[in-house]
Design a protein around this ligand. Structure first.
Ligand SMILES: [Zn+2]
Length: 225
């Protein structure tokens, strides 16, 4: 993530898709605003929405693996390598893209899984601004919380899916145009995550800080509303 000192970059990411109609709605909004994003998809969702994954790639966005099952027990056991490889194969089958970028469910990665992924050429990306959209707060909260914390080279975490459960992402869809308009007004350039990219902002320490700041703010929101 080396950038010109005067250039401001942002990495939009969407997890847990593809999940219709939300993935297509996200794609329409991104297209209307001229923005690009990276989608971390679950293999199980690809099997249910193969057309959506093609649309993501055709629109010029990046794709990464986000496990097959989003299964918490496998996450805790660090036992996700085989299903990540299977998800990579599914992505390749439907899009031709042979991805080597990965994000673990809930950002939880065990050292042995991390090691194996890296040995096999994967780059593991976390995030540093969680929108909290997975908890389905209001669209105003999602946009406001995200924009308040923006800085150059930040990786923003949003969701077009809900693990593998086909949940609603209506509030993310409502918040997204607000977020994109503001980022464009502030001259942020929308960048894609790539394998091999140096990612100092996506470390586990950063996730911890993000969850701490975001969690306290979210708790305040939850109590007041
Ligand atoms: Zn996820």
């Amino acid at each position: 993530m080396e950038s010109h000192p005067l250039e401001k970059n942002i990495y939009l990411t969407f997890d847990d898709g593809p999940n219709e109609p939300y993935t297509s709605q996200v794609l329409d909004i991104l297209s209307a605003k001229g923005a690009k994003a990276t989608f971390f998809v679950c293999g199980k969702n690809i099997e249910q929405n193969p057309e959506s994954i093609k649309k993501i790639v055709e629109a010029g966005h990046a794709i990464g693996a986000h496990s097959y099952s989003h299964n918490p027990w496998k996450v805790i056991a660090g036992n996700l390598f085989d299903e990540t490889e299977y998800t990579r194969e599914l992505i390749k089958k439907y899009t031709g893209v042979d991805t080597r970028i990965y994000r673990s469910p809930w950002g939880i990665t065990m050292p042995w899984l991390n090691r194996k992924l890296k040995q096999n050429g994967y780059s593991v990306f976390h995030w540093n601004i969680m929108s909290f959209d997975w908890w389905q707060p209001s669209a105003e909260y999602i946009a406001d919380h995200t924009l308040k914390r923006i800085f150059s080279d930040a990786i923003i975490l949003l969701h077009d899916g809900d693990q593998t459960q086909n949940g609603s992402r209506n509030n993310t869809i409502k918040a997204l145009p607000v977020i994109l308009t503001e980022l464009s007004a502030k001259n942020y350039k929308f960048k894609l995550l790539e394998a091999g990219q140096n990612c100092p902002t996506g470390s586990f320490t950063n996730i911890f800080i993000d969850i701490l700041i975001g969690g306290v703010r979210f708790l305040k929101y939850w109590i007041v509303s």
